[in-house]
Design a protein around this ligand. Structure first.
Ligand SMILES: Cc1ncc(COP(=O)(O)O)c(C=O)c1O
Length: 415
């Protein structure tokens, strides 16, 4: 096959492809894998029951299913979900958000592909515009999403060591300069992979820096409030017309329905809708049909606060206790768990690379993600990049426990 530049770039090995392939391969080859790698949310019975009830109601209604599957939504996405989301955000946070500020996509991953390429890449004047990630590690899914090469530029964090076995990253504002080639600043909060929740102060400083340069600040709120609220502290997002806030139904328990939500200035929303039309005519309608009633009524906020957050918080506490028990005596630190369902583990001075550790664990049918993929745009060599792994602790308790035991065994072989 004679591929275009786009074809060559988008078919070569990428971290996200390896991650999704690993998931698919493991799922297809039986159930004896310990799946601590991918970003699948947990199966929470109470949440699943709620979606099943909604689906049943759709099926028993005389026309709802047919209305859902029988027509395209507009390129901006399902109107009812957009209205419900706007009204929820107005009520919860008092933001001046209307339906004109919201567009849907086929998942946040798609939202990021659009946003990074709408803003980053070659400008009409021929300049190479970049997306600034002010703090890495940052989400693996961003890494390869630029149509042009080298769309990202990023910075190392400051590291605060906490107690004997925790640490926390902070934005290093002294090293952060928004140069004229920067088209947007982007952060995930809570951050995948580290679980870091940037402080309100960090967020407002970034928002001010972006505002001063007349560029948007993109905040990826895939795990944040008002839903799914996979956070272990109270931290609200911020929004103004200079902020592009992205949300998703995935971590609510619906990764399969592929629905992303972009909240932004009307101009950005129109651009997202234009891309939807070209790439997929319209975003899928199924996620909207499953969730719009619970978003309209605010039930989604209660479900997130009273079921989803406590579920992950207790998983986190349990898994951290296992880490402390199994890795006792080894040189490790865990990023302070503040949200998401990942541990970001740092093995300072690890004698092999985290990629080699990943392969050794894979041999033993344990899937994690090696840390080196989470530093998009960081040009400098930094040993830290090869000393970390991401571990998803949201799966079955016995799998998480067993995976941690095997991890400890492999680490002990290296001492
Ligand atoms: C921080 C972050 N952003 C975006 C995504 C993409 O989510 P989706 O495309 O399922 O909405 C994920 C998925 O894991 C994520 O962790």
């Amino acid at each position: 096959m004679n591929l275009s530049q786009f074809g060559t770039k988008f078919t070569r090995e990428s971290g996200i492809l390896q991650l999704m392939d690993d998931l698919g391969e493991a799922l297809a080859s039986g159930d004896d894998w310990l799946m601590l790698g991918g970003g699948n949310p947990a199966r929470i019975p109470e949440v699943e029951a709620r979606f099943r009830a909604r689906m049943n109601a759709m099926l028993t209604s005389a026309f709802e299913l047919e209305n859902l599957i029988g027509s395209y939504d507009s390129p901006k996405g399902n109107r009812e979900l957009i209205e419900a989301t706007a009204s929820l955000l107005r009520q919860q946070y008092g933001w001046d958000v209307g339906p004109e500020n919201i567009a849907l996509t086929n998942g946040s991953q798609t939202s990021f592909f659009y946003l990074f390429n709408l803003l980053g890449g070659i400008s009409p004047k021929g300049e190479h515009k970049k997306i600034l990630l002010p703090i890495t590690p940052e989400y693996i899914g961003y890494s390869d999403a630029g149509i042009e090469d080298n769309v990202f530029v990023s910075r190392r964090p400051e590291i605060e060591q906490i107690g004997d076995d925790l640490f926390k990253y902070h934005v290093d504002f002294d090293a952060l300069e928004v140069t004229p080639d920067i088209a947007a600043i982007c952060v995930s909060r809570p951050t995948n992979p580290t679980s870091n929740v940037l402080t309100k102060d960090e967020l407002s400083r970034l928002s001010t820096m972006a505002g001063e340069k007349g560029i948007p600040l993109i905040i990826d709120n895939a795990y944040g409030t008002p839903f799914p609220n996979v956070m272990f502290m109270d931290a609200e997002p911020i929004w103004n017309e200079n902020i592009i806030l992205t949300m998703s139904l995935s971590k609510l328990g619906l990764p399969g329905v592929r629905t992303g939500i972009v909240i932004a200035h009307e101009e950005v929303v129109a651009a997202v809708a234009a891309l939807n039309a070209i790439v997929s005519l319209a975003p899928g309608s199924f996620g909207a049909a499953l969730t719009r009633d619970m978003i309209r009524s605010g039930e989604v906020v209660r479900l997130s606060r009273d079921v989803i957050r406590p579920f992950y918080e207790s998983k986190c506490e349990q898994a951290l206790a296992w880490i402390r028990e199994e890795l006792d005596g080894l040189r490790y630190r865990v990023h302070k768990p503040e949200g998401t369902f990942f541990f970001w583990l740092w093995f300072e001075g690890l004698p092999i690379s985290s990629r080699e550790l990943y392969h050794r664990l894979k041999e033993r049918r344990v899937l994690v993600v090696p840390g080196n993929y989470f530093f998009p745009g960081l040009d400098e060599e930094w040993p830290h990049q090869h000393e970390c792994i991401r571990l998803n602790y949201s799966q079955k308790d016995e799998d998480v426990r067993k995976g941690i035991t095997i991890l400890a065994e492999e680490l002990k072989k290296l001492t």
